[in-house]
Design a protein around this ligand. Structure first.
Ligand SMILES: C[S@@+](CC[C@H](N)C(=O)[O-])C[C@H]1O[C@@H](n2cnc3c(N)ncnc32)[C@H](O)[C@@H]1O
Length: 232
């Protein structure tokens, strides 16, 4: 999709325009608020699955200003849309299958951002290996944001609530109730058990970990949430 010139930069990364257009600055503000090291100087920053919309461009600007080293990992198709600058290291590949990154940066990365990516890892790969490998990269005092996690349990809680029903009816323009069903096998969907287990596993491995809400002006705040991990 990243190669399809008929698509907008939001569609190239899999979002309809309405979810991202004019909203990415709000997303970026939310991210910065959760990763305060980004606003310090001279750090090593890693964006796993950076995509090619305005979000990585905002991160590039901030890293240039604060003299960070920025490592961007994604497919060649995505990375080719982003600028080349001396402080940016592009890694083409499928994280965490990138030995060079681990050989060079184990214990050296101050900030890891992976936004709207975990649900791909959940379906295609191994989230435990993804988590453990990322923890290995983190420096002492480092921070990691696993952002924009679609949590089907949170979605069900919302669409079973009065506010969720109103939201659905405003969105569809109809009086119908949103479809919500419980006690199903939910292939390929992240639920509370996954989010809570990631937090527990990070904590058991010596890291502080928290589940954080997204600011309410974010496009999917009612059904997505973030995990913040800090190495003490
Ligand atoms: C929905 S997009 C999000 C892009 C960006 N983080 C954002 O929020 O604007 C998901 C991105 O993750 C990338 N991706 C998915 N799995 C990946 C992996 N294992 N390693 C590297 N990139 C991956 C995809 O190529 C895509 O660019």
């Amino acid at each position: 999709m990243a190669k399809d010139d008929s698509l907008s930069c939001y569609e190239k990364i899999g979002f309809p325009n309405s979810y991202r257009q004019n909203k990415e600055h709000l997303i970026f503000e939310d991210i910065i608020g959760k990763l305060p090291l980004l606003c310090t100087q001279n750090k090593v920053v890693l964006d796993i699955g950076c995509g090619c919309s305005e979000l990585p461009l905002m991160l590039i600007d901030l890293c240039r200003k604060n003299e960070h080293t920025l490592i961007l990992i994604d497919s060649e198709e995505m990375l080719s849309h982003l600028p080349n600058e001396p402080f940016i290291k592009k890694i083409i590949g499928y994280y965490p299958d990138c030995n060079d990154l681990f050989n060079k940066y184990r214990g050296e990365v101050d900030v890891i951002l992976t936004y709207s990516v975990l649900h791909y890892i959940f379906v295609e790969s191994n989230i435990w290996n993804f988590l453990d490998s990322s923890l290995e990269l983190m420096s002492d005092g480092g921070e990691m944001l696993i952002g924009d996690i679609p949590n089907v349990s949170k979605r069900k809680r919302f669409f079973s609530s009065k506010n969720g029903i109103k939201f659905h009816q405003n969105f569809t323009g109809k009086e119908e109730l949103p479809e919500v069903s419980f006690n199903n096998i939910e292939h390929h969907l992240i639920d509370d058990s996954v989010v809570l287990s990631l937090v527990t596993r990070a904590r058991n491995q010596g890291f502080d970990a928290y589940i954080l809400p997204q600011k309410s002006d974010l496009p999917m705040a009612n059904r997505r949430e973030d995990i913040l991990i800090r190495k003490p």
